[in-house]
Ligand binder design. Structure first.
Ligand code: SAM
Length: 199
C-alpha cells in the first residue's frame, strides 16, 4: 500500500487504528454469519469485535507484527481468533468456506484486486456476504487518510465491475467523519458495499 512497511508502522506499542471496530462494520454486524474471513485485518480491532459477537473469525494480513497485536488484543478481550500471515497477492482462501468476508480499509492495487476478488467471490458460500468499506478516489482531494494513489482507491463502478457475482444489497459512496486512529481521522469519502453471493 503506497510501499508502506506495515511491520514498521505497527511496531509502535499503541494500536495505530485504535481498538474500536470500524463503524460501518458495527452498524451491519448483525447481518454477518460465521465463519468470517477478514482481509488485511491488521491489528485485530475488527476480528476481535466479531469474535466478541460469537463469530468464528480468521484474520489474514501481510504483517506478522500486526497480527501478533491482533492476537494480543483478542487475549486481552478473552476471545479466540485465527490469524494467518499472507500476502494477498498470492493468497488462496478456501473455496465455498466462509459465510462472510470483511474488507475494511484494505486498499490494494488493481493488479492484486484483479486476482484476489474472484477468489473472494469463490470463497463465499451461497448467500454469504462481503462487507467492504474503502476510501474512494474522491479521498485524494482530502488530507484525512488513505493511500495517495487512485489505483488503490475505490469507486462504485469499480465495485460493480470487480464483484460481478455478488448481488449488491448496499452500494454507495458517502462522506463520513472517520475517527479510527492517527492515520484515519477526519471527514472522508468512502465507498460502502454489502454484496451477497448469488446462488
Ligand atoms: C489501513 S490498514 C487496515 C487494517 C485493518 N483492516 C483495520 O481496519 O484496522 C491496511 C492493512 O492492509 C495490509 N496489507 C496491505 N497490503 C497487503 C498485502 N498485499 N497482503 C496482505 N496484507 C496487506 C497491511 O498490512 C495493513 O494491515
Amino acid at each position: 500500500m503506497n510501499h508502506i512497511d506495515w511491520n514498521d508502522r505497527y511496531s509502535d506499542e499503541e494500536f495505530i487504528y485504535g481498538t474500536n471496530p470500524n463503524e460501518f462494520l458495527v452498524e451491519h454486524s448483525s447481518k454477518l454469519r460465521g465463519p468470517v474471513l477478514s482481509l488485511a485485518e491488521g491489528e485485530g480491532r475488527n476480528a476481535v469485535f466479531l469474535a466478541l459477537l460469537g463469530l468464528h473469525v480468521t484474520g489474514v494480513d501481510g504483517s506478522s507484527i500486526g497480527l501478533t497485536k491482533a492476537r494480543k488484543l483478542a487475549s486481552m478481550k478473552g476471545v479466540d481468533i485465527l490469524t494467518e500471515v499472507a500476502d494477498l497477492a498470492t493468497y488462496n482462501p478456501a473455496p465455498n468456506h466462509y459465510m462472510s468476508v470483511i474488507s475494511i480499509s484494505a486498499h490494494l492495487p488493481s493488479n492484486i484486486r484483479n486476482r484476489l476478488y474472484p477468489l473472494v467471490e469463490r470463497c463465499l458460500m451461497p448467500n454469504g456476504l462481503l462487507l467492504l468499506e474503502a476510501y474512494s478516489e474522491n479521498q485524494l482531494r482530502r488530507n484525512t487518510g488513505g493511500p495517495n494513489d487512485a489505483d488503490m482507491l475505490m469507486t462504485v463502478s469499480k465495485i460493480e465491475r470487480e464483484f460481478p457475482n455478488l448481488e449488491p444489497l448496499m452500494l454507495h459512496e458517502i462522506q463520513r467523519e472517520v475517527s479510527e486512529g492517527k492515520h484515519h481521522t477526519g471527514m472522508a469519502s468512502v465507498v460502502q458495499f454489502i454484496g451477497r453471493k448469488m446462488v
